[in-house]
Design a protein around this ligand. Structure first.
Ligand code: SER
Ligand code: ZN
Length: 720
């Protein structure tokens, strides 16, 4: 985190650069103490900004030489920039710079650094300027050719972005490798790796018939822990081609794991660099959650190859353009990999839990900021859950408003218009809307885009009134947003509200909106774009139970006023798995809070216990989903729901609830345990991972005083 006296940078001050760098040829003589970087930059003047000096970013570098079109040129240093007041007047010229940097001393891990005797880079957001002088801003996209030279014994592997075009030996035990990346990219996507590494690799053919080499590089000894990462990479390739028609555009795609790394992972073109945590796993030491995280992060970085790398951000205010969209894509990937509806819901529940636990508090506190911030002092401080997770929810709402096919059309148009460019969040939203001109997104695009500019979590209040005589049910939706720092008055948001209605027998009603010729089926999408709107449903004989915001269709705090009985009905019958889970959590929380706030001991009621039993035994539900619905709200979540929290009481009341569920459902747990025995060898896939949970759950139940004294035996996955 950087702060202090840095000037504030504002989005509204954006100007295209005075110069572009079209090609960058860099030669590295790698040495931990003093690496020499010789760069040859093909520069083009921006005709809209004539007569301006050429300013290159540079931080912590030693400058040795500057030549412009082969001639020496005068320069000066100002505010961390190398300023050339009088570059050649021609539209195109070549600048040659030679400088050194000290990778061994680089403890910030930004730029070029060493870890365990190998070289690595991290250039997002502004690390490239710590390697050489450059226009280190994302809208300057160049084609790079990189030559790495180093001692062959110490650094047998030399990697950079793109395709390997040449390699060979040099004098004095040194060797070289030359890499060329044919796609223009911003400097933050540059990477190099040099060291003693080994790779697990696989050749694959894309649908178009192109051959690709996929490689996972690690330190010798870690190779047996890379199988899952490679499998995840293959799955990511297949998925992006199938779902979005986006194929790998390079001959080679490499992932390198490093122990010292500032971020989780980084999407450098063709050479992703990962924290070991998101690469290394084997059945003996990693959990199901570790395997799942690897799949998701490998997918995330791979999907950046198109959303972030082929089309990048015009400036860092647009960070969510690539991050929100790519988180959305990795979430969809994880969901598509999960299989059944309720297993998909598990992934959605996970994402929503993260959003509620991290982003909602951020949005309610002093750090609250819009998905597309208006100003910053250090962009490093803006890699937040708002930009990432809330940004993904904004993309998901667009997806909901235009539909799955409409979104695919929008993505296609986005790439037709902007491939190879550095663009804005507005450009993205415009492409999705333009590809779907009849959609509610296109019709209210400006209003929708308030999601990019207004911070804070909106509150949604929903109440229905039934009219027996008219046989109608009127749902009134009202939204409200509390002030955020610097944003006192907010305009209404566009909220897509997916809903269904259930009768008191739990049957789904056909949804017929007043004024429409025919019913819409059993689920409808209402779009709230004003402070308050009412929607009238006809042919409704009795007061229905609404299932609102299905799949968490908008990132809001919902107040639907549903009673305990209504929630029990949703828990038992809602076709939307997300809302079934939501009902289970609300029912459990209400009981825990009642016990914590009142004098009485916790006594779980038959209705709740029966509902939990039915859920546990429900034949159509995925085991992993049952786990989520049967897991009581965490102690920290309970604490957040109380004005004054007493951690010990919270712990003991929650334990009482677990005891009672354990006792009352004893036979059901035993049944579940027997049902879900995993006999095959360990497989981290969702099916086996889902089946594994009751065996673990049983252990916690078995530790309690047990009514019958039966012991279920060891509950460890067979291969663990
Ligand atoms: N750009 C990186 C990522 O999100 C940094 O976190 O994958
Ligand atoms: Zn990312």
């Amino acid at each position: 985190m950087r702060e202090g006296t840095a000037p504030v940078i504002r989005r509204e001050d954006y100007r295209a650069p005075a110069f572009w760098i079209r090609r960058a040829d860099l030669v590295f003589d790698l040495d931990p103490a003093k690496t020499i970087v010789a760069s040859r930059l093909e520069i083009e003047r921006n005709a809209d900004r004539p007569g301006e000096p050429l300013r290159l970013h540079g931080e912590g570098l030693n400058l040795m030489r500057v030549l412009a079109d082969g001639e020496s040129v005068s320069f000066r240093h100002e505010d961390g920039q190398l300023v050339i007041d009088h570059p050649p007047a021609a539209e195109h010229f070549v600048l040659e710079v030679r400088n050194t940097c000290a990778p061994d001393k680089n403890t910030e891990l930004s730029g070029l650094y060493t870890s365990n005797g190998s070289f690595f880079t991290q250039c997002e957001a502004e690390g490239f300027r710590r390697i050489t002088y450059f226009l280190d801003r994302p809208d300057v996209m160049a084609v790079y050719t990189i030559t790495l030279r180093a001692d062959k014994a110490r650094y047998p592997v030399l990697l950079s972005n793109g395709n390997l075009v040449e390699q060979g030996d040099l004098d004095s035990g040194r060797h070289f490798a030359k890499w060329h990346d044919p796609y223009p990219k911003p400097s933050y996507l540059f990477a190099l790796v040099a060291g003693r590494l080994v790779a697990r690799e696989q050749r694959v053919k894309s649908r178009g018939g192109r051959d690709h080499l996929l490689q996972i590089y690690v330190r010798p000894g870690d190779l047996e822990k890379t199988e899952h990462a490679l499998k995840s990479l293959v799955a990511s390739l297949i998925w992006d081609e199938a779902r979005f028609g986006l194929a790998l555009d390079l001959e080679r795609f490499m992932i390198v794991a490093v122990g010292d790394f500032n971020m989780g992972a980084m999407e450098n073109k063709g050479l992703n660099i990962f924290n070991t945590q998101y690469v290394l796993a084997n059945a003996a030491t990693a959990t199901d959650a570790d395997f799942e995280a690897i799949e998701s992060v490998v997918g995330h970085e791979y999907f950046h190859n198109w959303t972030g790398n082929r089309i990048t951000c015009r400036d860092w205010f647009q960070l969510s353009l690539k991050e929100g969209l790519t988180v959305f894509r990795d979430q969809e990937f994880s969901m598509d990999m999960a299989g059944s509806d309720s297993a998909r819901a598990v992934r959605r529940i996970d994402a929503v839990r993260t959003l509620r636990q991290s982003q909602f508090p951020e949005d309610a506190g002093p750090m609250s900021h819009p998905v597309r911030p208006d100003s910053y002092m250090a962009i490093d401080n803006f890699y937040t859950t708002t930009v990432y997770e809330k940004g993904a929810e904004v993309v998901r709402m667009m997806h909901t408003l235009v539909g799955r096919d409409g979104f695919a059309r929008g993505m296609k148009l986005y790439f037709q218009r902007h491939d190879g460019q550095a663009v804005t969040c507005d450009d993205f939203a415009q492409a999705i809307a333009d590809a779907n001109p009849e959609s509610p997104l296109a019709q209210q695009l400006d209003t929708f885009k308030r999601w990019y500019s207004q911070a804070g979590t909106p509150r949604l209040h929903a109440r229905g009134v039934h009219d027996t005589e008219q046989r109608s049910w009127t749902l009134t939706l009202r939204q409200h947003a509390e002030p955020s720092p610097g944003q006192a008055d907010k305009q209404p948001f566009v909220l897509p509200v997916a809903l269904g209605l259930l009768d008191h027998g739990g049957r789904a009603l056909a949804l017929h909106l007043q004024g429409e010729a025919a019913p819409r089926g059993h689920q409808a999408l209402l779009v709230l774009s004003q402070a308050e709107q009412s929607f009238v449903f006809t042919d409704v004989d009795t007061p229905p139970v609404p299932s609102l915001l299905r799949g968490f269709s908008a990132p809001v705090l919902l107040d639907d006023g549903l009673s305990d009985a209504e929630l029990l009905l949703l828990l038992a019958h809602d076709s939307d798995a997300f809302n079934r889970w939501e009902a289970s959590q609300r029912l459990a929380l209400a009981r825990l809070l009642a016990a914590l706030q009142g004098p009485a001991l916790l006594q779980l009621d038959h209705a709740f216990i029966g509902a939990m039993r039915d859920l546990l035994r429900a034949p159509g539900l995925d085991a992993a989903f049952k786990e989520m619905a049967l897991t009581l709200p965490s102690e920290s979540y309970i604490a957040e729901s109380l004005d004054k929290a007493d951690p010990q009481r919270i712990h003991s009341v929650r334990e009482q609830a677990l005891d009672q569920l354990g006792d009352h459902l004893h036979d059901d747990w035993l049944w579940a345990w027997n049902q879900h025995q995993v006999s095959a060898g360990y497989d981290p896939g969702p099916k086996q991972a889902g089946a594994r949970w009751p065996t673990w759950r049983w252990r916690c139940c078995a530790a309690m005083p047990c009514a019958t004294g039966r012991t279920p035996g060891p509950a460890v996955p067979s291969s663990a």
